[in-house]
Design a protein around this ligand. Structure first.
Ligand SMILES: [Zn+2]
Length: 667
């Protein structure tokens, strides 16, 4: 996958562990910048870091350095230059330094320039968000950043308050640009409007132009300054990565375990750019900013569990800290915790770096579908990802490797995957449909879901007579030894023609008395390949319900689909694999995603993760491996080799998995 923009290379594959610190300076700060550089240097050394990001301007709009550019407002009670202090300390330790800089959510610029504000659909101005088409970018952002980068030789800029916080804007500039793009189509005002998705994507595209504008201006003056726009190019922004940024990063504030990271990392790792994931060191139970749930540090195991996904998939891992002490230094006991996290991560980075994907199942995150299905106003979050998430979870429950790919990432390497799942995405591109059909004819295994699949893919390709569309309803499907209810927004009451039905729909779980002739799923051989179809929103339902019997139903369809299986893992449900290849080895990462102690509604933390096992792995290889070992956790591993006519199978048994182990099979 090639990028139109050539990103500035990352610092190297050794540079993996980061620390992000911000303060969001306010007029009430009385000691900001008074940090002792010697003490800070010692804290940085203790944490064993590779790169650092420090506050330079927060949501309040005050800079925490002595900005001189007209329009910048230095924190009025600043006691010393915070950026200078951190630059001095990071220089001594030999670490790259990035600056955290809030752009579109700059509260002071918003107050000072009401005419720069975003305008809502009723014409009211937004006191939290600027318009990305306002003069802010040229008048404030670019000159201030050029000064900051030049004065302190900043290595990178991490721009925040961006797409994750932005909403469409109805200001005169935006409406004029819309008229130029959309002609006489009026700007929509609600998601119910037929043009809503186009309106949201118009703003996303305009926002991307703004990102490229500031990125180009910085790169023109400082060609080695790496730029990141927080959350841009992540899971909810599929499509060719056209931004002129040099790395992808996002901060996870979610006050629960690994749900976000297990999806985000599987997608961002396919973007062809350096990437990191930033875990908040702290959380409030279930919510982010509730004063009755004051924030505390996350359990160490919870951070390790999530970091495992990042490291295994080749990403960099950052910890976000916002210390209660306000001088710009860090709190020692929390520094010790970060050091412990990094020590755990550091054991893993050697094996994780320079590894390549080992493709098994691809779950599509189609940009063409996505762009036509905005359900709300936010430029990042207004998209229903339930079907995609449900598909990933269902496949992982079968202990198979999963990558989440958009069409841009999938098409050049479709042949490398054994299975492709298109979960409830009916508006995929014509190019994708024709490429995937050809791939199926040549042996690919395709799993489609959704009532609209016959129209998009052709009833003949599915081997069915599509039948009527039924509106929102519950039907029962076969699962394991019984049946399970499945609610879907739309159903297809189909009949098989050349396909085989995999069970039938029934009105309740008494099959004998309530069965219908309509298949619960179908499977059809096409050339050398196979296509299976679930005629409903099965994956979205699984994401919402997580019913064990739905998992059985979906897993059964996946198993029936067949296809190339070099690897089979038998393990407890909590074990998720990530499959990677190195020049001399297959690496099977195993992550224990158990929640540990507590199952009540207040138990959002992950702690005391119980070990799980045993785990049995069958790996077909062309020759007996030289060695097989478990890299980190010390569980007992045994293995044997069974030769076959060509090659053979390694049978590997690991007795226990604590949080994150890697089975290394050396050729
Ligand atoms: Zn606007």
């Amino acid at each position: 996958m090639k990028h139109a923009y050539a990103p500035i290379p990352w610092y190297g594959s050794d540079c993996r562990l980061g620390l992000h610190v911000d303060f969001h300076a306010s007029a009430n700060d009385v000691e900001l910048g008074a940090v002792d550089v010697d003490a800070l240097e010692s804290q940085l050394r203790c944490m064993n870091l590779d790169f650092v990001q420090i506050d330079s301007k927060g949501g309040g709009g005050f800079t925490s350095y002595y900005a001189k550019t007209p329009g910048a407002t230095v924190c009025p009670v600043l006691k010393g230059d915070l950026v200078k202090a951190w630059r001095l300390a990071t220089r001594r330790v030999g670490l790259p330094l990035h600056a955290h800089w809030i752009a579109m959510s700059d509260g002071l610029a918003n107050q000072q320039h009401p005419d720069w504000r975003r305008v809502d659909e009723k014409g009211a101005t937004d006191s939290e968000r600027l318009c990305y088409r306002s003069p802010f970018v040229d008048a404030c952002m670019i000159p201030q950043l050029l000064e900051l980068i030049g004065d302190w030789e900043i290595d990178g800029i991490w721009v925040d308050g961006e797409a994750w916080h932005m909403l469409p804007c109805w200001c005169p500039n935006c409406l004029a640009a819309w008229k130029e793009a959309a002609g006489e189509t009026p700007a929509p005002s609600t998601p119910a409007d037929a043009a809503w998705s186009r309106w949201v994507m118009f703003h996303r595209s305009g926002f991307d132009d703004y990102v490229n504008r500031y990125a180009d201006a910085i790169h023109a003056r400082f060609p080695n300054c790496r730029i990141c726009d927080n959350w841009s190019l992540t899971l909810s922004q599929p499509g060719a990565p056209h931004l002129h940024v040099d790395f992808i990063s996002s901060d996870d504030a979610a006050p629960y375990g690994v749900e976000n990271i297990r999806h985000e990392a599987r997608f961002v790792s396919t973007r062809g750019l350096p990437w990191d994931f930033m875990q908040w060191l702290f959380y409030g139970n279930r919510v982010m900013h509730d004063p009755t749930q004051p924030q505390t540090v996350r359990p160490l195991e919870q951070i390790q569990q999530a970091a495992a996904y990042v490291l295994a998939l080749g990403g960099n891992h950052q910890i976000y800290e916002q210390p209660a002490r306000r001088d710009g230094g860090l709190i020692d006991w929390r520094v010790d915790r970060i050091a412990a996290i990094n020590c755990w991560c550091r054991q893993r980075v050697d094996l994780c770096r320079d590894a390549e994907p080992w493709e098994d199942v691809a779950v599509l995150n189609s940009e063409h579908h996505h762009e036509r299905h905005a359900t709300g106003a936010n430029l990042l979050w207004s998209f229903d990802m339930n079907a995609l998430r449900g598909a990933v979870s269902a496949v992982l429950a079968r202990h198979r490797g999963v990558d989440i790919v958009d069409e841009w990432a999938l098409l050049p390497r479709l042949d490398r995957f054994a299975v492709l799942i298109v979960p409830e995405q009916e508006d995929v591109s014509d190019d994708l449909v024709s490429a995937v059909k050809a791939w199926v004819h040549n042996g690919g295994r395709l799993l489609l879901s959704g009532a609209g699949a016959p129209e998009r893919w052709g009833a003949e390709f599915l081997g069915v007579e599509p039948g009527a569309i039924a509106a929102a309803a519950t039907w029962h499907v076969p699962a394991g030894d019984g049946r399970v209810p499945l609610w879907s927004k739309t159903w297809r009451l189909a009949a098989v023609t050349k396909a085989c039905g995999l069970g039938v729909l029934s009105r309740n779980d008494d099959l004998l008395r309530s069965q219908t002739p309509h298949p619960a799923a179908t499977i059809h051989t096409v050339g050398k390949g196979v296509v299976a179809w679930l005629p409903c929103d099965a994956f979205a339902f699984y994401e919402r319900s997580r019913y064990a019997l739905i998992r059985e139903f979906l897993g059964g369809v996946l198993d029936t689909l067949g296809g190339r299986r070099d690897l089979r893992i038998r393990a407890p449900l909590a074990v998720e694999p990530i499959l990677r290849r190195r020049a001399d080895a297959h690496v099977i990462h195993l992550i224990n995603r158990s929640g540990g102690f507590g199952t009540g509604p207040s138990d959002s933390a992950v702690e005391q993760i119980p070990p799980v096992g045993p785990i049995e792995i069958e790996l077909a290889l062309s020759a007996c491996p030289d060695a097989v070992h478990a890299a980190w956790e010390g569980g007992a591993l045994t293995w044997s080799w069974t030769p076959a006519a060509t090659g053979g199978t390694a049978l590997i048994r690991l007795d226990r998995l604590q949080i994150h182990e890697a089975i290394v099979v050396k050729a």
